[in-house]
Design a protein. Sequence first.
Length: 584
Amino acid sequence: MELQIIDYLIILVYFLFSIGIALYYSKRAGKSTDEFFLSGRNLPWYLAGLSMVATTFAADTPLAVTELVAKNGIAGNWVWWNFAFGGLLTVFFFAKLWRRAGIMTEVEFAEIRYSGKPARFLRGFRAIYLGLFMNIIIMGWVNKAMTSILRGMFGIPESEVIFYVFACMLLVAFYSALSGLWGVVVTDAFQFVIAMVGTIILAALVVNSSEIGGIAGMQEKLPPFVFDFFPHIKDAASIGGAFALTIATFLAYVGIIWWASWYPGAEPGGGGYVAQRMMSAKDEKHSLFATLFFQIAHYAIRPWPWVLVGLASLILYPQLSVDEKGMGYIYAMNDFLPVGLKGLLVAAFFAAYMSTIATQLNWGTSYLINDFYRRFIKKNDEEKHYVFASRVMTMILMVISIVVTLFINRISGAWEFIMEAGAGVGLVLILRWFWWRINAWSEISAMITPFVLLPFLRYYEIVFPITLFYLVSITTVVWVVVTFLTKPTDEKVLISFYRKIHPGGILWKKISSNLPEVKSDSGFFAMFVNWLFGVILVYSILFGTGSLLFGNYTELFIYMGAAIISIFIIYKNLSALGWKTVIK
């Protein structure tokens, strides 16, 4: 890709603006770890929600969607669209609880919910396991994707490209360490706007080019199955052509992954940087609406510019091999963007990369400092000391992730491993809020069991996602047995937890019956209805937008009708929360 002076100026302005935001918020972030990691718990819903969306828009996301569409048509996106079920569960059942908990990190939850040495061990173990081990794998695959993008854009030799990524990551680590979550979130919002504007412009230019001939030309040149929104469910022997799944694979995606497997950004019950944003919100209402906005923007609005370029790449670059399909996005940028807009799209890719890495650095550091260093190594020091330690740890994580990048060969292999490693723990993460009998050993056993099982599944050549059936089933049996064989959480801790969180429900009766003065949450049926219609809302907007783009106006009418009904029902159920206090 050849860039002109104006392209370089646009990229330079983008970097300078990002650094300027970091410098502006650096003094505020230095006040305390609460400011550094949670923005003083004062984020409005729209900033918290935008930050969640920006974080999940990694540099490789447009390429990944392009690859899915080029291989399997629009329906290929169900491999990630299925997570909306779990995301909406977080919105209506868990967002308010996370904000109510008043903790700094998800990992800290262990010691307000469980008791004794197992609780302390779980907190320290998860701080290292998630903040270091899982985090560097995630950053490693994002870095790996960025190396592929830079090679495709600029033809940088493979032996040199890692140094360019290192330089970019050094910049991200600098502004993350300097500005804390305030800088990360505000920069996220700016970067997300840049990224979306760039991808929309590219989609418009490519689709309306003479080679494609608009939507109508695209529909003439491609087989009908690529425009299907839903996969075909068939026997294994009959798969071919349209995106088709075996019954077992379909059940794994739609019936298991979203509630049973830990996955960054789609943790059952909320967690990770999503929980961090929920806990950073001004109050419970802002937490709920931030998460709802995230789900709608993430699944229903953002994907379509990428999908359109993916469809166009089938026509423009039919010679690309299966493994090269994602690079069709880069080639489209090179072939269709005029001077100036190339710089904007390059800036958009840097924005996507930087927003993801900045969040991972801040989130991982929060675990390692708040839940390990501060909890077990250096207790009761001044806040300035912990802020300084956080800034140092941010830089250390950056270096480690670069090293890990050198050893990641296949990006899809990394995310498959993460889903397998977290298979079975999801139900524990959900039930720990609503069942008093869950204890620290429940979580510990659920986290360890998949690692014990995976070598055996590899030996018998059982592949993803079929591995999930074995992992989830056996892990669930193990943690349930362990739960009843080990001591319950100390009653004093359970009472303290219930007074603070008061989640309600029949599974807390043993504790709540002794606390008549505590007003327990109720309305679980209404929350379930909100979840159901939230799912309908997200998918209706998603497929309604697609129907509008492709001129299917009958389907558009049906989807938009379903969306309007869903909004009305959710609005009615949530009106008691006071919308005006959130949206003002």
